[in-house]
Design a protein around this ligand. Sequence first.
Ligand code: UDP
Ligand code: MG
Length: 314
Amino acid sequence: MDKISVIVSCYNEEKALPLFYEEMERVRKQDFENLAEFEYIFVNDGSKDKTLAEIKELRNKDEKVRYISFSRNFGKEAAMYAGLEASTGNLVTLMDADLQDPPALLKQMYDAIKEQGYDTVATRRVTRKGEPPIRSFFARLFYKIINKMSSIEMVDGARDYRLMTRQVVDSILSLKEYNRYSKGLFSFVGFDTKWIEYENVERVAGETKWSFWKLFKYAIEGITAFSTTPLILSSLIGLLFCLVAFIAIIFIIVRTLIFGDPTSGWPSLVCIIVFVSGIQLFTIGIIGQYLSKTYLEVKKRPIYIVKETEQDKN
Ligand code: UDP
Ligand code: MG
């Protein structure tokens, strides 16, 4: 018999959690009754509402429920990592608590692994219904840019929702980097991946934790973690400017020799100085991004800190 670990990262999900549990149990009873046993690992990512109390309540009535509670908010990437580390199943799935990752797809994913021999089954939403258009626009732009820059393929609309074998989980866990960008990590480890497409579902309760600024920072994280193209681009821009300057010098020398040159050109000089220093700051900023990521990696801080789990007496 298989054992499926369901990892659910939760940040302020007190409203969504009971609904999630109910739906998950329904799917388990309907599709997996004699196929697989389950464990549910809820990772409480420093919620400020009653999420932890909700989880404990679920634990009290159901032995399948396990939990890890962080000492503060460490972010979804950290929560997923903690869940993967704690999981004991031979199959593992990552889900959101808001039912935007429908548990009903699980059977289909399970069959793809068991019958078609895939190592992992990932999901991608083909519509972005219910999302602000401006957000969809920037999301699309981001995927275009990162796929040009990175040799690792990032799939537009890919969710973190996926089912994978123990082998894949162990490979993910062997990547111990501090700046975690899961979509890239999953592409990086490879394995035979089946993609299942579905229409976007809106969250059942509560609200999204992603502000535009947070998403922007996440995008930068993705780019710095999986591409060094910006660094190459800065060098190329530098080279280009040297070339332009060289041509300009020759031009000025020749012009002076032919016409003689009274001192003029002050405004154009100012423009050039401002423009070039702008480019310099921009490229230094790019280098700074990589340096700051390196700085955080080198410190080797833990990815998350646990305050309590279901093992602790409460
Ligand atoms: N989440 C988390 N830590 C965070 C932010 C979010 O564990 O710091 C969880 C959240 O509880 C949810 C999942 O990550 O289960 C996805 O978050 P959300 O639904 O806000 O993102 P969206 O679906 O809007 O992209
Ligand atoms: Mg969501």
